[in-house]
Design a protein around this ligand. Structure first.
Ligand code: AMP
Ligand code: ZN
Length: 461
């Protein structure tokens, strides 16, 4: 079994070789917790959850150590606290909870470790101290800066050199810095900043910069060199470039052996942004769609390509899942099947080719239907095992077919079950008017009753 991953640093697909197959390490930059996650924010947790599931499948459930941090101190959080008057810890606890609930609804497994930045300030100070002593950092009036000129290969991940700027970007000249590309390791507290955003340090009271948070937490939980580092493509520069600078200059060894970046999600052809008013929250989408529909829609494109998020994409994802669950229902009672190696696994091993993996999942559904048509008991059992194994890799098919077709919450489903039973009783008593009335009542609520040889079942339309 060979996994190939596109390494942004090497700019090519490379065979994945972990340092230690018994302890495969992956770090993915997590959310800054001060508001609701939008659907673009959900792309990295879903994409890297699929990679994590593949690694667990190949190296063993307990062999993968996956860290995804919580950034709970940052300028935007401080601003939110000043605006609302709420303590920082209240804001971050609330939104980290919402983030974890939203991602759980998308079948994202909890990371092995979820380090919070504010619990690692001592490690950050330690790392900054090492950088200052080695001559990679200097103390200014506003904070402690990393001196990019001191690192020979600064810019190797993104291919940008200090002084390069995006076309048309204006260089802010900051007299406190020696070079405009130098970045903050530690920011001194300014008047008016809340006390709960301030820590003591050897250089003065203040708070860590965003980049040093990840460098310190990755080293502490995963080691100085990690196997895989991931995040959105917008983080490649400057965030990941600066993580590399800090970690490699502090430790004298590579920070990560593979760098993976997911592409951006757009809204019906437009960039999602507050100013365009087209920001869609995961929290709101989950009111209208099952989590698996959102997840399948997210995986319908290759993770490195831009993904255009449309209503149509969601409808297609829903139809695909309805079809697959329909096939699963037909083989559901078959027991004792054995899963074989399928194309789902092979597609994922090729740089997480999820569009191909989903096409293969649909083929497995067709196999299930064929086996059911032919009343092939062994074929049905194997088809069920294959579908469930593939579903586990992709984080799909976590419901029973009945749950999927019923949807809704348990109380609501119990109410519908009761009405369907009342109708069965009415029919048994030859009370056709009452049976018909219940059927109509349910139809008005979008529930279809299906009468068959084994009794009456129902589904949502
Ligand atoms: P932000 O809230 O902008 O700091 O982003 C948090 C995370 O979401 C980062 O990992 C970003 O790379 C990712 N992200 C933000 N916007 C999008 C988008 N439209 N598509 C994909 N990923 C995104
Ligand atoms: Zn990071």
């Amino acid at each position: 079994m060979t996994i190939r991953l596109y390494d942004s640093a090497a700019r090519e697909k490379r065979v994945f070789v972990p340092q230690d197959p018994a302890r495969v390490t992956m770090y993915v930059c997590g959310p800054t917790v001060y508001n609701y996650a939008h659907i673009g924010n959900a792309r990295p947790p879903i994409v890297f959850d699929v990679l994590r599931r593949l690694l667990m499948h190949v190296y063993g459930e307990n062999a993968v150590v996956y860290a995804r941090n919580i950034t709970d101190i940052e300028d935007k959080i401080i601003r939110a606290s000043l605006e609302t008057g709420e303590p920082i810890a209240d804001i971050t606890r609330k939104f980290a909870g919402i983030y974890n609930a939203d991602t759980a609804a998308l079948n994202v497994l909890p990371p092995t470790v979820e380090p919070w930045a504010t619990a690692h300030v001592a490690e950050m100070i330690d790392m900054i101290d090492r950088l200052v002593r080695k001559g990679y950092a200097y103390v200014g009036k506003e904070g402690v800066w990393f001196a990019v000129s001191q690192m020979n290969d600064y810019g190797k991940l993104s291919g940008r050199k200090p002084g390069d700027n995006e076309a048309g970007a204006r260089v802010e000249v900051d007299p406190d810095k020696r070079d405009p590309s130098d970045f903050a390791l530690w920011k001194f507290a300014k008047p008016g900043e809340p006390e709960d955003a301030i820590w003591g340090s050897p250089w003065g009271r203040g708070r860590p910069g965003w980049h040093i948070e990840c460098s310190a937490m990755a080293a502490k939980h995963l080691g100085k060199t990690i196997d895989i580092h991931g995040g959105g493509i917008d983080l490649q520069f400057p965030h990941h470039e600066n993580e590399i600078a800090q970690s490699e200059c502090a430790h004298g060894q590579a920070m990560a052996n593979y760098w993976l970046h997911n592409g951006f999600l757009d809204m019906s052809g437009e960039k999602m942004s507050k100013s365009l008013g087209n920001v869609v929250l995961v929290h709101d989408l989950l009111k209208d769609w099952p989590g698996e529909v959102l997840r399948l829609a997210m995986l319908s494109g290759h993770y490195r390509a831009p993904l255009d998020w449309t209503e149509d994409l969601l409808k297609q994802a829903k139809a695909t899942l309805d079809r697959i669950y329909g096939a699963l229902r037909r083989v559901w009672e078959a027991e004792g099947g054995e899963a074989r190696d399928t194309g789902v696994e092979r597609a994922l091993e090729d740089d997480l080719n999820t569009p191909e993996a989903l096409a293969e999942l649909s083929r497995l559904a067709t196999e299930a239907n064929t086996a059911a048509d032919q009343k092939d008991a062994v074929g049905m059992a194997n088809a069920k095992a294959n579908l469930l194994a593939a579903g586990k890799l992709l984080g799909l098919l976590t419901h029973t077919p009945k749950e999927w077709e019923h949807g809704g919450d348990a109380d609501e489903n119990a109410r519908i079950d009761a009405l369907v039973e009342a109708r069965v009783a009415a029919r048994a008593a030859r009370d056709w008017a009452e049976a018909d009335r219940i059927r109509k009542e349910l139809a008005e609520q979008g529930i279809e009753i299906m009468d068959g040889p084994a009794g009456s079942t129902w589904r949502r339309l």
